[in-house]
Design a protein around this ligand. Structure first.
Ligand SMILES: *[C@@H]1O[C@H](CO)[C@@H](O)[C@H](O)[C@H]1NC(C)=O
Ligand SMILES: *[C@@H]1O[C@H](CO)[C@@H](O)[C@H](O)[C@H]1NC(C)=O
Ligand SMILES: *[C@@H]1O[C@H](CO)[C@@H](O)[C@H](O)[C@H]1NC(C)=O
Ligand SMILES: *[C@@H]1O[C@H](CO)[C@@H](O)[C@H](O)[C@H]1NC(C)=O
Ligand SMILES: *[C@@H]1O[C@H](CO)[C@@H](O)[C@H](O)[C@H]1NC(C)=O
Ligand SMILES: *[C@@H]1O[C@H](CO)[C@@H](O)[C@H](O)[C@H]1NC(C)=O
Ligand SMILES: *[C@@H]1O[C@H](CO)[C@@H](O)[C@H](O)[C@H]1NC(C)=O
Ligand SMILES: *[C@@H]1O[C@H](CO)[C@@H](O)[C@H](O)[C@H]1NC(C)=O
Ligand SMILES: *[C@@H]1O[C@H](CO)[C@@H](O)[C@H](O)[C@H]1NC(C)=O
Ligand SMILES: [Fe+2]
Length: 438
């Protein structure tokens, strides 16, 4: 006969009984996950954002140059997913202020109840020789997130100073009571824990008034990341919500507030002192003003609302602002394809603009890069209009390098062709100002 101690069995039964009484004691997790970086109001402030299943008293980042000899404390908020389970998680946000330019920092985040592994990031340089490198894309998704592996590899190899994901993240972050969003945030952690992951809202973030978008990301400014701007080297970056034109049920006020903010922001960015230091103005958002896809999206229609404003009244259209203030480049997504346009305004390619490089273009340059992946696959093209310079259905993303005050370079890579560059263009502007006056 084999003697079996009854003790472990008794303990097991006791624990099971306790668990059935208070299941919560068995399901506690304070482990940081979904770790991602973003810029604060300046690129010398980096914000670390992460999630825990259960709440912690403290939200701490230990960081530093040689080793983690600095500490920053932040705050956490309970995020309740809009779905029927009312599933909870805690989102922690900690700002690392006044960082030294052009410097590599190590960090980890969490609290005395659980720490992340160690990550690193490099702050932007502040000398005039510096060339910012960015990756830009939209419409990535958990399922068929084609560009994720290559972006993870390149981010950790230090190829980018920042990444812009311009809408349509997980398909969709709120699905399965937010679990799809959690899964997505964990999939991008190998990118976003190393490189600031800057965002714009897309139509797939609409649920519960964009609550997943507004809560999970931490963008500059005070509009919950719906619209904001920041300066980086020779560039003034602006991100807008094109969705304020399409989900009017959340308030016309969002549309009018964004519009007046944008006008004011452009006024300040184009003051002569500011534009001398930062000649390039690049605007990003989700839905394009133009596209040549074969579908019923607004951009296939002449009167795109974000471009010309609300129907009939034509109030609050953004294209005129971009033209009047001499915005250099406008980058969009939403169409699951890549398309580069000739410099155009109000459907007219401006004189002398059918040539590469774009030398002193007479209107903003629009590029659509919405083919990073996603379960909805591609959006096919219709006939190619005369204002469309190049287009492709390859999955991939865009790279952006701002060489100096006059030269900007963009290229599109195809991830299924081993990262081959399928399109590139230089934009050369010897002086940056309103197009009408040139
Ligand atoms: C931890 O979080 C889980 C999931 O939200 C919850 O069921 C449980 O009650 C929490 N436990 C504690 C101790 O807060
Ligand atoms: C932290 O370490 C760095 C590099 O070793 C050093 O330059 C810095 O002065 C230290 N900071 C503090 C607060 O000790
Ligand atoms: C952060 O919080 C910890 C623990 O509460 C405290 O010891 C530390 O002094 C705080 N650090 C700063 C910079 O506020
Ligand atoms: C950061 O720098 C600003 C301006 O130099 C200063 O006012 C502020 O106190 C600093 N903040 C911290 C946390 O060091
Ligand atoms: C650039 O950054 C370094 C380190 O933060 C700082 O010492 C220097 O003053 C800055 N230079 C300019 C021109 O802002
Ligand atoms: C949606 O959220 C925005 C941003 O927080 C807020 O200003 C607006 O009032 C909300 N709209 C509705 C209908 O709740
Ligand atoms: C220059 O830009 C800064 C923000 O970067 C802004 O605060 C300032 O008002 C602008 N200057 C002018 C003259 O508009
Ligand atoms: C283009 O050039 C033609 C002929 O010089 C001129 O009539 C027309 O107004 C110009 N159009 C634009 C948009 O500059
Ligand atoms: C700007 O960069 C371009 C591309 O690298 C280079 O050809 C050009 O000479 C540079 N211009 C200045 C003024 O440095
Ligand atoms: Fe979209």
């Amino acid at each position: 006969m084999v003697y079996v101690s009854a003790k472990p069995i008794m303990y097991g039964i006791l624990i099971l009984w306790l668990c059935s009484l208070r299941l919560s004691y068995c399901m506690v997790s304070y482990q940081p996950e979904q770790i991602h970086l973003s810029y604060g109001d300046t690129v010398n402030d980096v914000v670390v954002t992460w999630s825990t299943v259960n709440g912690t008293k403290e939200s701490i980042v230990e960081y530093g140059i040689g080793g983690p000899n600095l500490t920053a404390n932040g705050t956490s908020t309970q995020f309740v997913s809009g779905g029927n389970e009312k599933r909870k998680q805690y989102i922690h946000k900690v700002k690392l202020p006044n960082l030294t330019s052009g410097t590599k920092y190590m960090y980890h985040c969490g609290s005395n109840k659980g720490w992340s592994k160690e990550f690193w990031f490099v702050t932007p340089r502040n000398d005039s020789d510096w060339i910012p490198h960015l990756a830009v894309f939209g419409d990535l998704g958990n399922e068929n997130g084609r560009s994720i592996p290559q972006l993870q590899e390149e981010a950790q190899r230090g190829m980018y100073d920042a990444v812009f994901h311009i809408g349509d993240f997980a398909y969709d972050m709120d699905w399965e009571n937010g679990r799809v969003g959690d899964d997505f945030m964990n999939k991008i952690q190998p990118i976003a824990a190393y490189v600031p992951y800057m965002t714009s809202p897309g139509n797939h973030e609409e649920a519960y008034n964009f609550s997943d978008y507004r809560t999970r990301f931490t963008m500059p400014g005070n509009a919950e990341g719906l619209w904001y701007s920041f300066n980086m080297g020779p560039v003034h970056f602006i991100s807008v919500s094109t969705e304020v034109y399409y989900f009017l049920e959340y308030g016309l006020k969002l549309l009018t507030n964004q519009y007046s903010w944008l006008e004011q922001d452009l006024k300040e960015a184009t003051s002569s002192e500011n534009r001398t230091v930062r000649p390039w103005i690049i605007i990003l958002g989700h839905r394009p003003m133009y596209c040549s896809n074969d579908n019923t999206d607004d951009c296939t229609n002449h009167e795109t609302w974000s471009r010309v404003g609300v129907p009939f009244l034509h109030w609050f259209g953004m294209e005129k602002l971009l033209y009047d203030y001499g915005v250099d480049l406008a980058i969009w997504a939403h169409e699951h394809s890549y398309e580069r346009l000739w410099p155009l305004y109000n459907y007219k390619v401006q004189n002398g603009s059918y040539a590469e490089p774009y030398h002193n273009p007479r209107a903003p340059v629009h590029i659509i890069t919405g083919s990073a992946g996603c379960r909805e696959l591609h959006d096919l093209f219709g006939d190619q209009p005369e204002w469309s310079a190049y287009r492709s259905l390859e999955y991939g993303y865009m790279r952006l390098r701002v060489h100096n005050a006059s030269h900007l370079y963009t290229e599109q890579v195809a991830v299924d062709k081993g990262g081959e560059v399928i399109d590139h263009v230089w934009i050369i502007r010897e002086s940056h100002g309103p197009y009408g006056q040139e």
